[in-house]
Design a protein around this ligand. Sequence first.
Ligand SMILES: N[C@@H](CCOP(=O)(O)O)C(=O)O
Length: 494
Amino acid sequence: MRYISTRNKEISISSSEAIIQGISKDGGLFVPQILPRIEDLEAMENMHYKEIAYTIMKKFFTDFGPAALKTCIDKAYDNKFDTDIIAPVVEVNNSFILELFHGPTFAFKDMALSILPYLLKESTKITSIQKEIVILTATSGDTGKAALEGFANVHGIKIIVFYPENGVSEIQKKQMITQEGENTFVVGIRGNFDDAQNGVKDIFNDREFIELIDKNNYMFSSANSINIGRLIPQIVYYFYSYSMLVKQKKLNKEEKINIVVPTGNFGNILAAYYAKVMGLPVNKLISASNENNILWDFFRTGVYDKRRELILTSSPSMDILISSNLERLLFHLSGGDDKMVASSMAKLSKEGFYKMDNLNFEDFYSNYSTEEEVKERICKVFKEENYLMDPHTAVAVNVYEKYRSETKDNLKTIIASTASPYKFGNTAASAIGIKTGDKDEFRILEELEDKTKIAVPKAIKTLKDKVILHNNNCNKDDMRQIIEEFLKVGVAND
Ligand SMILES: N[C@@H](CCOP(=O)(O)O)C(=O)O
């Protein structure tokens, strides 16, 4: 399998090269040249998560030997997840909640970031790269901690995470700034997630800087979903949850399902789209936004317009105006029109918008939830179903209800639940009637535990007494400088 750039199809590399590079040199994102079909869905019904992971990933990571790929999968999906089934599905109010937060950092990012370090290490072997890899990561809360957890203390790799100083939850921040590991660096930027992500992308394109770090025997890669090595492992859980429901006779074979995804950087829903193209019987892909409803506007009008204020919401991981992976969808839906993608992305960066005239979005439905609706939905589902959701999942459940009432479509539906409510204790607690006031975050978590009888995960409880190890901040324009300081490669260090 070859991987080509969305902005220039002539650029074609292997999977291990794509995983190491993270992003194409022309600024485009790597996509598989073809999306392989999965013919035997039935066989998956009796497979463990790891076996389904292997069935899918071997079609994409074709330059990995079978034994090496199996080892990566075995090491990734082990007892760092709190359940052997890795991603349980829970029936709530006639829909199926796919809980993707049973990994070490309690967010769906663990599903791919548990394996990416192994894939990356193996890729350096395959390509005989001797340089030390520096992972640059932009996060609006969840990717950062999951990437730190995955890459901490991995020999030959350093990881630098940039998060918006005032744009993540208290627990998300604490998870990151208390991260141990000599090879980890965490920086709060004075800006929002888009600033962090743009800054990282600019650094990937900064030829002079790339030469400087190359001279110092480093090379950059990415742990965000712009890296194809992040995206492919996310396809697995859609096949897995579907097969599990068929096995449990909650779905008939070939019965179509809808999939709802709370959407920020568009990676998770793109993975669901890939699953559909690969043969998973999916009816609609339902993209759920928070008040940053740029995707809702886009799917209705064809105009992607980021000329608006980014709103800080209670679902910070989705506080994003530049949904990077949409670029991949445009490439696929346009039949691989790299020139159109390149010019649209240039227009977005220069003028702040682009317009798509002839693309068919019929696979998608999009809507959004307001802050008020999110709180009401958490409360309603808790009262009626005794199920506590985090605000991102509530965005999705609420949008699904809008879809159902607008379309009267009653097909069975899988809703991706992307984080544990305990990462967003304040919002979850106040939504179900706990007075939060100016109470300490950890006290709120205890009260939430008392009321819901759901135990606070130990790794969140113990954050309270952890020492802050990362006290770095920078302006959004100074990201290069701080990287130079961490790596000791600046002119002053010459
Ligand atoms: N929601 C993300 C933003 C980055 O998304 P990614 O999937 O591209 O890593 C976060 O939590 O950081």
